[in-house]
Design a protein around this ligand. Sequence first.
Ligand code: NAD
Ligand code: IPM
Ligand code: MN
Length: 373
Amino acid sequence: MTTYSLLILPGDGIGPEVMAEVRKVIGWFEKSRGLSFDVSEDLVGGAAYDKYGKPLADETMAKAQAVDAVLLGAVGGPKYDNLDFSVKPERGLLRLRKEMDLFANLRPAQCFDALADFSSLKREVVAGLDILIVRELTSGVYFGEPRGIHADDNNPDNEGGRVGVNTQRYTSGEIRRVARSAFELARKRSNRVCSMEKANVMESGILWREEVQWVHDNEYPDVELSHMYADNGAMQLVRNPRQFDVIVTDNLFGDILSDAAAMLTGSLGMLPSASLGAPMANGRPKALYEPVHGSAPDIAGQGKANPIACILSFAMCLRYSFGLGAEADLLEKAVERVLADGVRTGDLMGAEGGKPVSTAEMGDHIVAALSAL
Ligand code: NAD
Ligand code: IPM
Ligand code: MN
């Protein structure tokens, strides 16, 4: 029997709370479907800083490189706001992404029918929505050099005397590989890719557009490709999101556009993600799965967090890392069933009112739905 190795990094804030519900789901698949997981757990973010003085220990990094897949909750929180930049919780997550070379971040935004009235947009705009944002994750302004904060010498006109610098930098190879991921995924969906950049103001945007077009013309001429400026893209996402199938974009634009897309689906607490790298020896990609949301300090420790984003991230893990598509479908159906039954965490409470369930109760409902399907 295949045993799948998993490293769980719950992290900070609501991270451990939502991950406890994923543990229940993993337990269900072991007990009821005979799957075998070798699960280990470790610290990341503020929790790792508290113990090791850095947001990701080298031993944890080595473990992440060795397992079939990593599941991460969330990192960060006000307690760590004043830490030196190099040891902030977010640096732990960025190190994992960079050193595992997880260049393709898949952020699907699907509107479950039961939540269509809860979106901040009208039902007729979001009903049936199913888009996939493919965000480049290991380059761009997040990692470009030079970067830093330094004195602005020889500039007496600069009040305060300092400069903050970040560099948007992309190589053609970085653009081509993430473009290929987007085209491959589009072929399994509605076969359309919209690439977003700011080629009207940024040279890196011109290169982005040219290279995506090159990959299309040479390798994926059967996929429909369009280009859009990212600011217009943000507007179009809110105006008529269903015009899109796959959106491919850079690290920073992808961060922002995927939070906007989250709200189309009803709540940030619903959005899963997969961060994929190049295939390993077993043919599966290096991978980390995490909800799109953060550590939600405003509701942490209160049992209010919606665990669905994290549970759906595990469904993506079943599909992309373990090749268990039927099991992934089953888990997604269980979530859909629970929502259709009107079960809601606080973030999903709309005008209809009712009593929200806790994080743990939502997890229990999903496990019960798995058994009932
Ligand atoms: P956030 O996503 O943590 O929260 C934004 C809002 O959404 C909050 O009102 C929160 O209560 C709500 N929310 C988020 N997830 C929810 C869930 N599962 N259920 C119910 N409500 C939910 O974003 P933020 O407040 O900008 O950031 C807080 C901290 O998290 C910061 O330190 C930030 O750097 C970090 N962060 C981490 C990640 C990550 O680990 N991948 C992602 C985003 C932000
Ligand atoms: C995300 C987060 C991260 C990002 C932070 C926490 C580093 O916002 O995963 O979307 O900006 O990529
Ligand atoms: Mn983000």
